[in-house]
Design a protein around this ligand. Structure first.
Ligand code: DGL
Length: 264
C-alpha cells in the first residue's frame, strides 16, 4: 500500500475510551491525520463473548481499512486487543498496534508488592492477561477486578454528565475488599475508558496510589512505526461511529478537535 501524506492513522475502540490514547498520540504526533472509529452500536464489548468480540472487531476493521486505507490501525481497546489482536493482524496487511494491560510498568513501580488491575469482565478473564502476569508481574501480587460500570460512567462524563460516585466506589471496593487489597499502591487501568475517570478513581482510592495505563506507550509505538513518513498536518481529525449520531457525541469530541462525525 502506498502511504501518502493524507493516509490516516485509524484509532478504534468500542466507544469513546480510545480518546485517552488519542490525547497521548496528539502530544507526540500532532501532525498525524487521524480517524477515530467507535463501534458505539457494539458498546460495551466487555459484556460480550470472545467469539462476538473477535468477529465484530475483525469484520469492522477489515471494512474500515478498505474504506479509509489507513497507514496503521490501533486497537485502542484492551478488551478487543486481548481477544482479537492476532486475528486482526492475520487479516490486515498494515501495522496493527494493540493495547496491552500495563502490568510490566506497574511491577516496576509498586513498593508494597501488590498491584490492582481494573478492566472489563472480558479482559480480566483472558489467558493473555495470565501470560502477562506470569511474564511481567515479577513476583508481585496482582489483584484483578472487573468494573464494567466504569465504562458507562466514562461515556457519561465525556458527554458532559456526572459519573456516578457509587460506581467509582464499587470499583475501588472491588479491589480493596479482596485479600491483601489494602496493600495496593499501584493500579493498572486495563480499559481505555478508565483513564478518563482517573480524577474520580484517585479521589476514591487515596492520594498515595499510582495509576498506570498503556496510552503513552501506545502513542510512542505508533510514532516509532510511522517514523520518517510524510504527514499532512492540515487534515482535521474525523470520527466515524456505528451507532446513533447523538448531539452529545459532538460535544464529547469537540475538545479533541473533531467536528466531522459520520455514521459508518
Ligand atoms: N474501552 C474498552 C477497553 O479498553 C472497553 C469498553 C467496553 O466494554 O466496550 O477494554
Amino acid at each position: 500500500m502506498d502511504i501518502t501524506p493524507s493516509s490516516p492513522i485509524l484509532l478504534f475502540d468500542s466507544g469513546l475510551g480510545g480518546l485517552s490514547v488519542l490525547a497521548q498520540l496528539r502530544k507526540i504526533l500532532p501532525e498525524a491525520p487521524v480517524i477515530y472509529a467507535a463501534d458505539t452500536a457494539g458498546l460495551p464489548y466487555g459484556e460480550k463473548t470472545e467469539a462476538e468480540i473477535a468477529a465484530r472487531v475483525a469484520g469492522l476493521l477489515g471494512r474500515m481499512s478498505e474504506r479509509f486505507a489507513p497507514r496503521l490501525a490501533c486497537i485502542a481497546c484492551n478488551t478487543a486487543s486481548t481477544i482479537a489482536l492476532g486475528m486482526v493482524r492475520d487479516v490486515l496487511h498494515i501495522p496493527i498496534v494493540g493495547t496491552v494491560p500495563a502490568i510490566k510498568p506497574a511491577a516496576a513501580l509498586t513498593r508494597t508488592g501488590t498491584i490492582g488491575l481494573l478492566g472489563t469482565a472480558a479482559t480480566i478473564r483472558q489467558a493473555y492477561v495470565d501470560d502477562l502476569e506470569a511474564s511481567f508481574a515479577n513476583g508481585n501480587r496482582l489483584i484483578r477486578h472487573a468494573a464494567p460500570a466504569l465504562v458507562g460512567a466514562a461515556e457519561t462524563k465525556l458527554r458532559g454528565g456526572r459519573p456516578a460516585e457509587a460506581v467509582v466506589a464499587e470499583a475501588v471496593a472491588g479491589l480493596r475488599n479482596q485479600p491483601g487489597g489494602e496493600e495496593i499502591d499501584t493500579v493498572v487501568l486495563a480499559c481505555t475508558h478508565f483513564p478518563l475517570l482517573e480524577t474520580e478513581l484517585r479521589a476514591a482510592m487515596g492520594p498515595d496510589v499510582h495509576f498506570i495505563d498503556g496510552s503513552e506507550g501506545i502513542a510512542r509505538r505508533i510514532a516509532s512505526l510511522t517514523m520518517g513518513q510524510p504527514f499532512d498536518a492540515k487534515i482535521a481529525a474525523k470520527a466515524v461511529v456505528t451507532g446513533e449520531l447523538d448531539p452529545a457525541l459532538a460535544s464529547a469530541l469537540a475538545p479533541y478537535a473533531i467536528s466531522d462525525i459520520t455514521r459508518f
